[in-house]
Design a protein around this ligand. Structure first.
Ligand code: HEC
Length: 476
């Protein structure tokens, strides 16, 4: 009974946190896990019951040299110190960080805990965090999550450090990496190592055709600094194909066995860095590690399909003025990123067969958008994974195959959007998209999360929004 009370108490404290709203982007569908019905060990101890879970699911980040090294969970004392915080975070699904919901199609590298694991940790916390006897410790046989180790066959790194421009808050900079290849190669995995984490907002590695080599020579360094400014994609006449992406929360990635992105001699890698300069402006020398295999290997060729939905987010209640006019939002985009991007929000609407009227019901606190993509491919498309991307006003993201039908599949369901935990998700089993199947992506925002609310349209800056996705498939 006491145990049931704990859960009730933890739930209450979650609700208190949610009520504040400001910091929390969660959708109403994201709730604390209800583990009240789960049977748990009578007298749970650290060594026998909790340690194996922590070691399997937490220490890969919470240990020296890793992303959460500042809060190690490697020593019993560390865990005991943080008992309450740990229990709170696990029952509310905050830790381990894993954004897709339980309704999502099964994904590789799923970091989430099972109900039984959550119940065990909470019961242990509630019963006084007993240490128990170390001899009862048995290491977990499986690790629910571990970093993917890729082999480093090629490292791309800026030759000299780049310090972002001093007159913008969002700097998009492209850098070229000509490859000296004698024969075709497959990229089978990658890892980004941002030079300055605090200012890396996203990074995309594109592959462009050799025909733009002269264009690159002309633009590279033309303003006296490495690379060139590139809002949109590469800013070149060949916008290129997307090979690798990094957003906060993405670790090393290996593509499914037997697949890879093919690169041909003469093709050029272009790295697009998005620097957000709100907190710091320092010299950057981001690196990208690539795992390669010979082009002769019997691999299937991968392909990345980019998808977009419109962004039409009015001001929240109580905010009025010229900044709430859509026209001014378009002026702002043109001013910041170039005149040719002024009509991008309109193009996004047209591409989805929509008009502004379709978003007449959007209000600042509850703005939604979607776009439907019927598959144009006669042959079935084999899809290995997806990525969804929004900025900091995002509340939830969804990608469904054949929505509202009996065969609908939830390819990506992120009920509580968190800008800091985005990933390039891969399915446990590839999904087949047949001719005429419909892919729908949907985004949901809350403009009251903004420090400086205004009408927000599709734009590249951190203070603009995107409803963007990629689909990783076999080349048809
Ligand atoms: C993928 C990496 C990762 C995994 C796996 C992970 N964490 Fe974390 N954890 C973080 C990061 C990064 C932070 C700091 C930022 C934040 O709070 O989101 C954090 C913060 C925390 C904090 C707050 C620490 C403090 O004092 O500020 C606790 C407690 C915590 N995690 C517990 C856990 C537990 C328990 C597990 C396993 C069940 C776990 N984490 C798994 C990355 C991870």
């Amino acid at each position: 009974m006491r145990w049931l009370m704990v859960v009730a108490l933890l739930l209450l404290s979650t609700m208190a946190v949610l009520a504040h709203g400001d910091e929390d982007n969660s959708d109403d569908t994201a709730e604390a896990v209800d583990v009240s019905g789960i049977s748990v060990p009578a007298d749970p101890t650290y060594h026998e019951h909790v340690r194996p879970i922590i070691e399997a699911s937490c220490v890969s980040c919470h240990s020296e040299g890793q992303i959460a090294a500042y809060a190690p969970l490697t020593d019993p004392q560390d865990v005991v110190w943080a008992t309450e915080d740990i229990a709170f975070r696990v029952i509310n699904g905050i830790m381990p960080p894993w954004m897709p919901s339980r309704n999502n199609l099964p994904l590789k590298n799923d970091r989430s805990l099972s109900d039984a694991e959550i119940a065990t940790i909470v019961a242990w916390a509630e019963s006084g965090a007993q240490m128990g006897d170390e001899s009862a410790y048995v290491p977990a046989t499986t690790t629910s999550f571990d970093f993917v180790d890729i082999r480093v066959d090629e490292t791309l790194q800026l030759e000299s450090p780049y310090t972002p421009a001093s007159d913008v808050l969002d700097d998009y900079r492209c850098f070229a990496f000509p490859l000296d290849l004698d024969s075709p190669q497959f990229v089978t995995g990658y890892e980004f190592l941002p030079g300055v984490w605090e200012m890396a907002h996203h990074a995309i590695l594109y592959l462009v055709d050799s025909t733009v080599a002269a264009e690159i020579r002309e633009r590279d360094g033309a303003d006296g600094r490495p690379g060139w400014s590139c809002y949109g994609s590469t800013g070149l006449s060949d916008s290129g194909s997307m090979i690798a992406t990094w957003t906060p929360g993405t670790f090393g990635i290996a593509f499914p066995a037997g697949t890879g992105y093919l690169i041909a001699p003469g093709e050029i890698f272009v790295l697009q860095m998005h620097y957000n300069l709100w907190t710091t402006r320092q010299p950057d020398q981001t690196r990208v590690h690539l795992q390669l295999e010979s082009g002769d290997a019997d691999l299937d060729e991968l392909w990345t399909i980019p998808l977009n939905a419109p962004v039409e987010i009015p001001c929240p209640a109580g905010v009025e003025g010229p900044q709430c006019e859509r026209e001014n939002a378009l002026n702002r985009i043109a001013e910041l990123y170039g005149e040719d991007l002024r009509d991008l929000p309109d193009r996004r609407l047209r591409r989805c067969g929509q008009t502004l009227d379709d978003y007449a019901d959007n209000i600042g606190e509850n703005a939604r958008s979607h776009c439907d993509y019927p598959s144009p491919f006669f042959e079935p498309l084999i899809v290995y994974g997806v990525l969804g991307h929004m900025h900091e006003l995002g509340r939830s993201f969804r990608m469904e195959l054949n929505p509202d039908s009996e065969e609908s599949l939830l390819l990506l369901d992120i009920p509580r959007w968190d800008f800091h935990w985005q990933d390039r998700y891969q399915f446990v089993e590839p999904v087949e998209i047949r001719f005429g199947d419909m892919l729908r992506m949907s985004c949901h925002w809350d403009n009251s999360l903004s420090d400086d609310p205004r009408y927000v349209v599709w734009g590249e800056g951190t203070a603009d929004e995107m409803c963007f996705a990629t689909v990783m498939a076999l080349k048809p």
